[in-house]
Design a protein around this ligand. Structure first.
Ligand code: AHR
Length: 571
């Protein structure tokens, strides 16, 4: 970031920090319990999640949760009580024109000596295909509110600026057609963010006409002339980005006025996307824990509740990064157990945030028609030494693997409302799946977590009752374990188990009801140290290894390594 935008940005981050600190202090006096009803459970089962904000110890407990001793954790999984579907879209990615995320990370151009298909690097495409990425949010972030799509189509591309991120030029060689081709190559769907900040409703409407019409309009013919006669499918449309700050510093009322106009006039003409298949529109929602965002969610949801036929929305976005100190960010590598604990404690605040905004949404939308879309989340550390600070380049360690699992589990437990999420960001930026350096590529610990979680895409949530125990380091207390379970389309039961304790293994004793099977097989991801990373020179330091355990009389016993993420199926 440069100049004015950078100082504004840091300013709100500072305010954000101050307010957050006050909030945490006041909340620390109380123990608060959130009761999360899982609709569609066959019995009136409630998962009671008690959050102890003073030390952030979190315990997932049902009324019948078995007791656990220090080295053992008992779980009971009732596969006969299916919950909501864990939407595959919660495993979405985010690719902004930022640093080396798009240029070099995805796009090297057709003339590159790096093996590529129509400019997209083959190694990255193959790695992403294995993740079954459901959707990719593009072109930003803050970048989206300054993006003018016409500069990125046709044979001559304008060179513009990227004022938000590193003060570099934007070649526009990766534009609309390249994005759609990339999605095609990895098998993902489009989540397009339109420019509400510096664009106009007409510009956005014309982009959608260009993309989706089958009629011989000038824009339709131009798309065909640029190589794509068939209309594109745009299933998800983001109307603005962080409109309360980098997207135009609007009040909730200002934004609602914009939302109504963009929602009305930015139409999808693809005949295959009418009626039930219609494009889903995602409105700007809250960002982090600031009190003003409670009002934001209230205002947008209230407007929607009273909406007329002429406009609509289907999702409300939520942004929340894991950062302990915005002014002095933690290092992404070369840290110890204290920073490990502090980051995980911070990341668990996602639970309170999702609960808080879901509760507001329930007031205006008890039928849960509007999805909460966590379309920016993940760890945000100090830039790597020697990198352009505006490129947000960071390493990705075993800590990030645990962090990813904890957040995905929070989304899964809120599957009735959280139906989409996008980790920031896919390649080379923030909590990335993949790092590249020219022709070299390495897969991060977060990548492996996403790969291990593939069976949870569109699986049916199954309640897990457990007392998480406590891991303590100095004045930090965290749950010792976390777990979710789900049934896939074939009826197979899958279980995810995270051991947060970086020093002690833990024995899991699980009682399975409503599921048969004699063995549990799967993979576990752990590492020698909390800050272990994969590098271009040593790419296999943090990689999953196979794990198996017998299931006898409906009981499974499995040892979890310290600081590990494990996914197993029962069969
Ligand atoms: O992901 C980086 C930036 O963080 C995005 O551009 C913006 O939306 C958020 O503040």
């Amino acid at each position: 970031m440069t100049g004015k935008s950078a100082s504004n940005y840091h300013c709100w981050r500072r305010q954000f920090l101050a307010i957050r600190t006050r909030e945490v202090l006041s909340r620390s006096l109380l123990t608060r319990c959130f009761v999360v009803p899982f609709i569609r459970l066959t019995v009136r089962a409630l998962l009671v999640i008690c959050v102890l904000p003073s030390n952030l110890a979190l315990t997932g407990i049902a009324q019948t949760a078995p007791a656990s001793d220090a080295g053992k954790i008992s779980l009971s999984i009732d596969a006969s009580k299916p919950g909501p579907k864990i939407d595959r879209n919660i495993f979405g990615q985010f690719a902004e024109h930022l640093g080396l995320g798009v240029y070099e990370g995805i796009w090297v151009g057709p003339d590159s000596r790096i093996p590529n298909t129509r400019g997209m690097r083959n190694d990255v495409v193959a790695a992403l295909k294995a993740l079954k990425v459901p959707n990719v949010r593009w072109p930003g972030g803050c970048f989206a509110d300054e993006y003018h799509w016409r500069k990125g189509i046709g044979p001559q591309r304008a060179v513009t600026l990227n004022p938000n991120w590193g003060g570099v030029t934007e070649p526009n060689t990766f534009g609309t057609h390249e994005y759609m081709d990339f999605l095609d190559q990895i098998g993902a769907e489009a989540y397009l963010s339109i420019n509400v900040g510096s664009g106009t409703p007409q510009e956005a409407a014309e982009w959608l006409e260009y993309l989706t019409t089958t009629q011989p309009t000038t824009l339709g013919k131009e798309r065909a002339a640029n190589g794509h006669p068939a209309p594109y499918k745009i299933p998800y449309l983001g109307i603005g980005n962080e409109s309360w700050d980098c997207g135009g510093n609007m009040t909730a009322d200002d934004y609602v006025a914009q939302l109504k106009i963009y929602s009305r006039f930015v139409r999808n003409f693809n005949p295959a996307q009418q009626g039930k298949q219609q494009m889903l529109k995602i409105a700007v929602g809250p960002g982090g824990n600031e009190p003003r965002f409670v009002e934001w969610t209230e205002e947008v949801m209230k407007a929607w509740q009273n909406h007329k036929w002429s406009w609509d929305m289907n999702g409300l976005s939520l942004h929340n990064y894991t950062v302990v100190n915005w002014d002095n960010k933690f290092a992404s590598v070369g840290f110890g157990e204290t920073e490990y604990g502090q980051i995980l404690k911070n990341t668990l605040e996602m639970e309170g945030l999702v609960s808080k905004h879901s509760t507001i949404m329930d007031k205006y939308d008890p039928q849960k028609k509007i999805a909460l879309v966590v379309d920016e989340w993940g760890s945000w550390y100090a830039p790597l030494p020697g990198s352009n600070p505006g490129f947000l380049a960071q390493q990705n360690s075993m800590r990030d693997a645990v962090l990813a699992a904890l957040n995905l589990n929070i989304f899964a437990r809120h599957a009735d409302r959280v139906r989409m999420a996008n980790i920031a960001q896919m390649i080379n930026v923030l909590q990335a799946m993949i790092l590249t350096d020219k022709e070299k590529m390495v897969l991060t610990p977060s990548y492996y977590v996403y790969k291990m979680y593939v069976p949870f895409q569109d699986a049916i949530f199954v309640p897990v009752a457990f007392n998480a125990g406590t891991y303590t380091h100095g004045d930090i207390s965290l749950p010792r374990v976390d777990a979710i379970a789900a049934k896939d389309a074939s009826g197979k039961l899958w279980l995810e188990l995270t051991n947060l304790d970086p020093n002690q293994s833990v024995e899991i004793q699980a009682t399975l009801t409503g599921a048969t099977g004699k063995t549990a097989v799967g993979e576990t991801l752990t590492a020698p140290k909390v800050d272990s990373v994969n590098t271009f020179e040593a790419p296999n330091t943090v990689v999953p290894k196979p794990v198996s355990a017998p299931v006898q009389g409906g009981k499974l016993t499995l040892k979890l390594e310290p600081k590990s993420v494990t996914v197993i199926s029962i069969g």
